[in-house]
Write a protein of this length. Structure first.
Length: 213
């Protein structure tokens, strides 16, 4: 077992978004999280990323209780909600700045490779304020993968991508299994879930259930 949620609940004001949920994640597999907007998918991802803390319960990674230690893993790639970038900088410059803040710094060559993987020209001087939604999404994915994370958390990663880009990203994400990268994926696209995931978690009314593909 790589990740474990144990009786985890989360309340915002008087609203209980997650209700004592339990689930386990094995290393090197891809898991889909399916549910309506507001069902709690993004909340689960934020809890795992350390962006918020649970109201009750425990979260473990590699048997370390993150809820108690507050030491969330640094070697994870995260794309949650709409990515934001410095508008008057190029894509490459934005990623260089983010890389400088990371505990797992990589070379400029690696950053450029990540941009190329998602279909962006790393040499382009185009400012991100002129990027389309799809280009911003690609840059967000490049940011998530550039540090070779062992855990990749993706919230609607295909949002705004054209069909060719979607197919290329599916192929890339599937290739990460060979490197034992664990992927948590939220998507409204059934094809993304079926083509990428080993197991699906369904989130509804703050509860979770699971199903194998």
């Amino acid at each position: 077992m790589y990740i474990q949620f144990e009786n985890v609940s989360k309340k915002f004001s008087n609203e209980e978004v997650l209700k004592n949920i339990d689930f386990e994640i094995d290393k090197g597999k891809t898991y889909g999280f399916v549910g309506r907007n507001g069902s709690g998918k993004t909340v689960i991802f934020k809890l795992l990323s350390g962006l918020i803390l649970p109201t009750t319960g425990n979260i473990y990674i590699n048997k370390v209780n993150l809820t108690k230690t507050k030491q969330f893993p640094q070697n994870m790639g995260i794309l949650i909600e709409t990515p934001g970038f410095i508008p008057h900088y190029s894509g490459l410059k934005n990623l260089k700045i983010l890389n400088s803040l990371s505990s797992f710094k990589v070379s400029t060559k690696k950053i450029k490779e990540s941009m190329s993987i998602v279909g962006l020209n790393p040499e382009s001087k185009k400012h991100t304020r002129t990027y389309s939604l799809g280009m911003k999404q690609k840059l967000g994915i490049a940011q998530a993968i550039m540090n070779d994370p062992e855990l990749l958390i993706l919230d609607e990663p295909m949002n705004g991508l054209d069909e060719d880009s979607v197919l290329k990203m599916r192929e890339f994400f599937n290739s990460l299994k060979q490197k034992q990268v664990t992927i948590l994926l939220a998507s409204h696209n059934k094809d993304d879930i079926v083509s990428l995931c080993d197991k699906i978690f369904y989130i509804k009314s703050g509860n979770i259930s699971e199903s194998c593909i």
